[in-house]
Design a protein around this ligand. Sequence first.
Ligand code: HEM
Length: 447
Amino acid sequence: MIDTSNLMTEFDRLHREYGDVFCFVVGSNPIIVVNGSEALRDLFIKEADSLSIRPATFILSKIANWKGIVASNGNLWKEQRAFAHKTLKSFGFGKQNFESQIHQEVDIFLRCLGNSKGQPIDFVAPLKVCIANVISSMSMGKTYGLEDNRLMVIMEMIEWLFADASFRGIAAYIPFAKHIPGDPFHVKKRENIIEDILNFLREVVEDHKKSFDEDKVHDYIDAFLKEQKKMEEDPESTFTDEQLIQSVRDFFVAGYESTVQTLRWIFLILIHNPDVQIKMRNEIESRIGNSRKPSWSQKDQLPYCEAVITECLRYKGVGPTTLPHGVEYDVYWNGYRIPQGAVVLANLRSVAYNSDTFPEPNKFDPGRFLDDEGNLKGQNLIMPFGIGRRICLGEALARMELFLFLTAVIQRFELLPEDNYDLPSLEGKLGTIYAPLPFKLRAISKK
Ligand code: HEM
């Protein structure tokens, strides 16, 4: 029996007991959990052709109707992921020209911290709007004010989807879960919420169509409409309105909560480690100065700050496993037969907490990612964004956001707990992702 109330420690135990590959059965579905860097790299690279699909039992696939990017498969997924990748790259993800859009949101967040005048602040609400706005400006070409109810209603829906632990649990693998009276696994509620989000996006797409000019591509929706037009004679084209709406929905669903919760973890960890804040601030001050916010192009000058981000991603990764992967055809690997139709989860936490690679893994130590000269090392020893062909599509954007938000905050503020004698808990809660419990902080201006 598996204790589903604490899957992370349960997976640790099974990994210790059974080694790098173990399996359990839910309903009639075998779920295979693969652990450790070596096994994961070997399996997900060698057998990528079979393991890059989402399984039929995956709750989101049904709700998303196999459209979008997160839950789609086959030719549709390949074509749409490649298009999204190319388009996001052309917008400058991971490059400097998208930076000003992120910096606008960083400025709003800094103002909120400044306005709190060192008093305890529940910084999550403004942080959420700022992160949602980064995705909104990239995908829909618009941003919303802090008080704008429309965006917050949608974001609250996404949060509910993420906080609901039933998604990671048994229901995700039971095909008939939706028909159980009383909806105990919230499958119908989940469907209704996703439909409301899609209706909001349908309106946005209709507005874009009215003002569409193929010579002026401002955002992802414009780029998609342009491609749709190019392909309109092709009866097999995957560039449909429904696909567009579901893809933009995926950017919000996959890119909002993961980034917000990662930043919350980082701020929480730094409250516990004031000495690390001092070292970061000293590095920023000595290499960049205080007159301007650090920019993405200066990242290589701030190896200690980067090491802190990397260690936070290791220590409190929001995704202890990947999303479920399916098995398209039988795979024979390392003496195992992984049958067609099984579900495979990559246990990313088993990589982050491997005590051979990371001695004393329960200790927070950014020094693990620095060599003797203080240069960044070993970033790819962890896999916070997954592995294989389904690896996070937004990694470049997420890394930029983490760096720009964090370095600007630490440059200007010292982060303290709400109560000096009662540090907020470092325990988290596992829903769809692993998030910190609620906490407030005090931001003391350093200028
Ligand atoms: C710190 C922030 C983030 C973390 C830790 C993270 C992590 C992950 C992980 C672990 C996966 C699953 C990979 C798998 O199933 O093998 C994933 C998938 C995905 N992520 Fe992220 N992510 C983050 C931010 C973002 C952002 C900002 C976007 C926005 C564009 C995004 C878009 C996606 C998409 C579209 C997928 C599905 C890829 C596919 O199925 O082909 N993510 N992410």
